[in-house]
Design a protein around this ligand. Structure first.
Ligand code: VG1
Ligand code: CO
Length: 558
């Protein structure tokens, strides 16, 4: 087979966001659009690319298969020695991360727009993960973007025929050199990895009811995303849960019209079902399987910030940590600081990084971080370099088994020890970009003015005094790289916080995210929406959000 050089022209806007490049399918299917971006990803690897192994797979959304086949032809032409491709192009994001690490691959190309809706009219995405299994850091993605603005041609082995629907190894001769494509079972490696981390025998006895006399009643909703295949193998086949425990387990190109974003709005079906039934635990994942939502009996909601703190508290219940020890913890800046309190009590380092999993990788690589999370339903550990939805559910079932308590009781006990961080996030989706930029600029100017610190704000009988305000910037403790403008942040005297930033994962317009975090030592059993109302009103006043966006209510509350 021979290599063809195809002339092309740059497209504007091939700039990866918080987690890869995400655009409408119609954008990706323009002539050479995907080809350009893939070529730039490969070029960004420089000399390391020749003779390397790469992992390729995605969440099964519309255009995944076509893109995977295209990547095979472009990678072959660029001197890559071997590709590991998920069967039918299917691999969850955590599975890709695990595969990269287990195969000492140079990296992986993940085909997903994560929690964004799929289908011909909706979103597609491409993300590159590096050698450590984690999302490419800023310097790397900036390089991809720079290359995309100047690309003149890409390489292609047009005649390479590949059938990714069948597991097996194919070897090709590309310009005199062997090129290997191994189509792999999408779930086998990941399931093995989970079995190394958790005590599956113990969990099986717990789930089936052998050790308690009563089967654990669960409802696991894969929302027609990629986790379906993994969920069936792990919860049904390995842990012996009943068939009715899992739903929506067929990955579909348009997610069957569902919006696989595990939160109280988009996973409403799960929440309603668990609220009405006699379930012990409910869980849902996003399209690519890195996010998770955990709810207890009667749909008792566990905020992701609390979930992280509870898992941190009980890490000793998980064999992986018994064996490897417990290093530090971390959370993204907008995430409520519940885990900080656990870290303090256990004498562990706690890091606060910008939004996006790529910022956790370095700390894990040098052995300072073993557990981290984000308020956006992301939880994970140093077993891989991505957040991991199924891992989080297995961690929670381990905690339930270990304590013998219900999810609600676990939380209530946690709050009685540590106090409670009430937290909410308001999303204003698909706003016009210009007024949002103006709003952020105005607010930044106001909150960084000298007289802002010390100011008092009151609402509904509660008063808050500004202690600190800035646009968050972060210096990576390991490689000293600096990330600036990571979100506007107002911290009050009592530790309560208002955070505001624009999303970096949308495919059109602007999404404003407003995060509210308020700590209470004693008053831990209140209702979050009531407790946070005064601070929300203050945030809307300071930001003048209704004026700039024309919105009087958020599109999603989590
Ligand atoms: C969002 C979340 C962020 C998460 C990112 C990727 O980013 O807020 O915490 O890391 O999505 O998650 P943004 O820039 O839209 O706020 V995933 O599951 O979509 O890869
Ligand atoms: Co995701």
């Amino acid at each position: 087979l021979s290599v063809e050089i195809v002339a092309t022209k740059p497209y504007e806007g091939q700039k990866p966001g918080t987690s890869g490049l995400r655009k409408k399918v119609k954008v990706f299917t323009q002539p050479n659009y995907t080809e350009n971006f893939v070529q730039c990803i490969l070029d960004a690897n420089g000399a390391a690319l020749a003779g390397s192994t790469l992992v390729v797979g995605g969440d099964g959304r519309y255009y995944c298969k076509e893109a995977a086949e295209l990547i095979v032809r472009i990678a072959a032409a660029n001197g890559v020695a071997k590709l590991l491709v998920g069967q039918n192009g299917i691999l969850s994001t955590p599975a890709v991360s695990s595969l990269i690490r287990h195969n000492s691959a140079l990296g992986g190309i993940v085909l997903t727009a994560s929690h964004n809706p799929g289908g011909p009219e909706n979103d597609f995405g491409i993300k590159f993960n590096c050698e450590n299994g984690g999302p490419a850091p800023d310097a790397f993605t900036n390089n991809i973007y720079q290359l995309s603005t100047a690309i003149k041609d890409y390489k292609l082995v047009r005649g390479l025929q590949i059938d990714i629907s069948k597991v097996g190894v194919s070897t090709y001769d590309v310009a005199g050199k062997p090129f290997v494509v191994e189509v792999i079972d999408s779930v086998a490696n990941y399931v093995r990895h989970m079995e190394e981390i958790f005590d599956f025998a113990k969990l099986r006895d717990f789930v089936s009811g052998k050790s308690t006399g009563k089967p654990l009643k669960m409802r696991i909703d894969a929302m027609n995303g990629v986790t379906g295949a993994y969920v069936r193998e792990i919860f049904l086949n390995r842990l012996g849960a009943s068939d009715a425990s899992v739903v929506h387990t067929t990955p579909l190109p348009d997610f069957g019209g569902l919006h696989p974003d595990p939160n109280l709005t988009y996973a409403k079906d799960l929440v309603d079902t668990v609220a009405q039934g006699d379930y012990d635990i409910g869980a849902a994942f996003d399209g690519d399987g890195d996010r998770n939502m955990i709810i207890g009996s009667k749909a008792f909601f566990v905020t992701p910030s609390d979930s992280l703190a509870v898992i941190a508290h009980y890490l000793e219940a998980i064999p992986y940590f018994q064996k490897n020890g417990v290093q530090g913890f971390a959370r993204s800046m907008p995430t409520a600081s519940a885990v900080d309190l656990v870290g303090k009590k256990l004498g562990k380092e706690v890091f606060e990084v910008p939004t996006g999993w790529k910022y956790f990788g370095n700390l894990m690589d040098v052995g300072r971080l073993c557990l981290c999370g984000e308020e956006s339903f992301g939880t994970g550990s140093n077993h891989i370099r991505e957040k991991d939805g199924i891992w989080a559910v297995l961690a929670w079932i381990s905690v339930m088994q270990h304590t013998g308590k219900s999810i609600e009781d676990i939380l209530k006990q946690h709050w009685s020890v540590y106090g409670r961080n009430y937290f909410t996030r308001y999303d204003y989706e698909e706003c016009d970009l210009e007024p949002c930029n103006e709003m952020m600029a105005t607010m930044e100017k106001n909150i960084t003015a000298a007289e802002f610190v010390g100011k008092n704000y009151s609402s509904s009988g509660k008063s808050y005094k500004v202690k600190q305000a800035d646009n968050f910037s972060y210096t990576d403790p390991v490689d000293k790289s600096v990330a600036t403008k990571q979100g506007l942040r107002i911290v009050f005297d009592d530790g309560s916080r208002i955070v505001m930033r624009l999303s970096g994962t949308g495919s059109s317009g602007a999404t404003v995210r407003l995060y509210i975090d308020s700590y209470e030592k004693e008053n831990v059993l209140g209702q979050a929406s009531v407790m946070l109302k005064p601070l929300i009103d203050i945030a809307l006043e300071i930001s003048e959000l209704p004026k700039f966006t024309g919105r009087n209510a958020p599109t999603v509350i989590t």
